[in-house]
Design a binder for this molecule. Structure first.
Ligand SMILES: [Fe+2]
Length: 149
């Protein structure tokens, strides 16, 4: 079934938002660790898909936003890599929690900006047929990155 890329990206955002909320609440270190690795994987795939499929659209519709968007994506990826490699000692010294806190703030900003600025413009200015085409590419893209993960 074909779907609108905006709906698919919104679902991703909701899922990541849920993982962040869970991270704020859960006490069990094991479940926390699971939620962190789920978030790292989901966000990594999400950013790759957005870079490949959404950025070319935004570049045309909202060129003034592009520089900020690219910088935010680069910062997020940098933090993801750090979280991925921070070892037990880093956690012990607290830098893991700091990095996670920063990531949380940035992901929430990312979601807010998309929902308030980017998606409304995409929905207004990109024809539905094109959005559904991009949605199909997004589904294929996610399947490929899942397999190679
Ligand atoms: Fe996003």
């Amino acid at each position: 079934m074909e779907r609108d890329i905006v709906d698919l990206l919104r679902e991703d955002h909701t899922r990541m938002d849920g993982l962040l909320t869970e991270l704020d609440r859960v006490g069990s270190p094991h479940r926390r660790e699971q939620a962190v690795s789920e978030l790292v994987a989901a966000l990594g795939r999400h950013l790759d898909a957005e870079e490949a499929l959404l950025e070319p659209v935004v570049r045309k519709l909202l060129p003034s936003l592009m520089a900020e968007l690219l910088r935010e994506h680069a910062d997020l990826k940098h933090l993801l890599t750090r979280l991925d490699y921070l070892d037990y000692m880093a956690r012990f010294f607290g830098s893991f929690e700091l990095t996670l806190g920063l990531l949380e703030e940035m992901v929430r900003n990312h979601i807010e900006e998309a929902e308030e600025t980017i998606f409304p413009r995409v929905l207004r200015d990109v024809p539905a047929t094109r959005r559904y085409q991009l949605g199909a590419q997004f589904v294929r893209f996610s399947a490929t990155t899942l397999m190679s993960a």
